[in-house]
Design a protein around this ligand. Structure first.
Ligand SMILES: Nc1ncnc2c1ncn2[C@@H]1O[C@H](COP(=O)(O)OP(=O)(O)OP(=O)(O)O)[C@@H](O)[C@H]1O
Length: 251
């Protein structure tokens, strides 16, 4: 089995005349955590959305676990099956219990029977520290708990890779830690993860590789000790000095 789970090559994406991705190359290997950092509007979310087939690239190829997802003839549902996605907004069904949120796609897409789907759901709720919340409605939970339900839902589909798009950005500061703790544990358990984040401490401590994106290109990539600890490019240095010293106002 190949060691490469996600491979992106020469990816271009434009919205009308706005070129958002200008030739992205990226590789995520089995068990790696790759964090993407960069200023607002640099194309980070668009990149993840292309990998998850929510956007159609204009040029380039994307392979997930050996499956060419940019092949125009593919069955999109089949191609997405190996990809778990966690968004900034949790996207849970508000009228369904936590348990039903976790079982609905398992039953429809993976054709698991009710008992099997519930067993998988309960195991994943345990992993995210929410045992006992299976009968709750999402609205009865805090934002951090809802995001952990969203993570458990993605895990219940047995993904080859988990994509996270700023999973803590919509949370009150005191709830961020619980979600990051779950993500740290997933990383320790060997989950392959591609994470767009503004949490530099998380990227520094958990990532195997950090990519700095700016203006639709990957400016710099490498281990966090290099990209965050000792960046080579001026654009990376400027970005990091802003996010690591938010009180600093430039003249
Ligand atoms: N569906 C769309 N239609 C038109 N423009 C879009 C669309 N999606 C994204 N864009 C534009 O593409 C650019 C990159 O957006 P993207 O969300 O990928 O950036 P980002 O790096 O994730 O930013 P942020 O950190 O603010 O989420 C932005 O200028 C955005 O307005």
């Amino acid at each position: 089995m190949s060691d490469t789970i996600v491979s992106v090559s020469g990816l271009h994406k434009a919205f009308g005349k706005l070129e958002v991705l200008k030739g992205i190359d990226l590789e995520v290997r089995r068990g790696q955590v790759v964090c993407i950092i960069g200023p607002s509007g640099s194309g980070k979310s668009t990149l993840l959305r292309c990998v998850n087939l929510l956007e159609e690239p204009n040029q380039g190829s994307i392979t997930v676990n050996g499956f060419e997802v940019t092949d125009p003839d593919i069955d999109i549902d089949r191609a997405r099956r190996g990809i778990g996605m966690v968004f900034q907004s949790f996207n849970l069904f508000s009228h369904l219990s936590v348990l039903d949120n976790l079982t609905i796609a398992q039953r429809k897409v993976l054709r698991r029977d009710k008992a099997e789907a519930e067993k998988v759901a309960l195991e994943n709720l345990r992993k995210v520290g929410l045992t006992g919340k299976e009968r709750s409605l999402p609205t009865q939970l805090s934002g951090g708990q809802q995001q952990r339900v969203a993570i458990a839902r993605a895990l219940s589909m047995d993904p080859d890779v988990m994509l996270f798009d700023e999973p803590t950005s919509a949370l009150d500061p005191e709830l961020v830690g619980d979600v990051l703790a779950v993500m740290r544990q997933l990383a320790r358990d060997g989950m392959t993860m591609l994470v767009v984040t503004h949490e530099m401490q998380f990227a520094r401590e958990v990532a195997d590789v950090v990519l700095f994106m700016d203006g639709g290109i990957v400016v710099e990539q490498g281990p966090p000790s290099q990209v965050i600890g000792d960046p080579r490019h001026e654009r990376t240095q400027t970005f990091l000095s802003r996010v690591l010293n938010p009180a600093h106002v430039e003249e």
